[in-house]
Every structure is written in structure tokens, then in C-alpha cells.
Design a protein. Structure first.
Length: 154
């Protein structure tokens, strides 16, 4: 009965806790990208989505940042909308908090409350979802060119 306990089913070995490394969730990928945004730079929701492998799902980035635990460190304030503006609704103070944090990092807003993305936008040199450059296949040592031999004198 040992193998059949728990409703008559057993978990396959690869499904047991700790035996399989699971892929990062969508939100974990978003948080990983957001943590890479340097001080004094901003990224758009769409840019973060693209870098996290969620092309076309900028709203998912907003949902992920909204669900960010208080104690975790991810610089959520460095993510702005496509126009360089703060998307948080006014009234609760979060919009002011975001602006103050960005200004404290040297990011400047224009008279309309927008950030110049050409000046302060983040341009990463990496992309976690970009395909890696293909490398020429390595040749095994036994396939190396044979050393040149001197011609024997007859």
C-alpha cells in the first residue's frame, strides 16, 4: 500500500520536490530585468516585457510590479510608460513617490511631467531572450590538420 498511498497515485521521480529545477515564472523574469535597470535610467513597460520574453505584454509588467512584495528589492520606480510618464494613478501618493525617487537619481521631468527617453532611457547591451550567436563547431583534436612533412630526399 506504500506506493499507492495518497489517493492511489504516486508522483513520477522527475516531479518530486527538489528533483527538477523549474523555469522562472513570468513575473520572476520581469523582476530580473527590472533589477538590471541602472540608477538614473528608466525603461518602458514594453521594453521590460520584450527583455523578459513577453513581447507585446507590457500590461503583464504592470501587474507584476503591482504584486511586488514590499520587502523585495526591485527598482519598480524606474519603469515608466511609453511616453516617458508615470502611469500610477494620482491620489494615493505612489505617483509622487516614484517621481521623487527618480529625481533623487538624477532623472529630470519636463513641464508636462514626462521623462526624455532619449536622454534617460536604458539601452541594455544584452537581452536574455535574444538568440546567442552561433559559433563555428569545434573540431576534435584528432581532426586537426596533420603537421607538414618534409619531403624525403631520394
Amino acid at each position: 500500500m506504500g506506493a499507492l498511498s495518497g489517493g492511489g497515485r504516486t508522483r513520477p521521480p522527475e516531479a518530486r520536490r527538489g528533483s527538477v529545477q523549474r523555469a522562472p515564472s513570468r513575473w520572476e523574469r520581469v523582476y530580473a530585468v527590472v533589477r538590471r535597470i541602472p540608477r538614473g535610467r528608466v525603461a518602458t513597460y514594453g521594453q521590460v516585457a520584450r527583455l523578459a520574453g513577453l513581447e507585446g505584454h507590457a500590461r503583464q509588467v504592470g501587474y507584476a510590479l503591482h504584486a511586488l512584495p514590499q520587502a523585495s528589492y526591485a527598482p519598480w520606480h524606474r519603469v515608466v510608460n511609453a511616453r516617458g510618464g508615470i502611469s500610477l494613478p494620482p491620489g494615493r501618493g505612489d505617483d509622487v513617490t516614484q517621481r521623487l525617487r527618480l529625481e533623487g537619481e538624477g532623472v529630470r521631468f519636463d513641464a508636462r511631467g514626462r521623462i526624455d527617453l532619449e536622454r534617460f532611457g536604458w539601452r541594455p547591451r544584452w537581452s536574455p531572450t535574444a538568440p546567442r550567436r552561433e559559433r563555428a563547431p569545434l573540431r576534435p583534436s584528432w581532426a586537426a590538420d596533420p603537421p607538414a612533412r618534409e619531403k624525403e630526399k631520394c
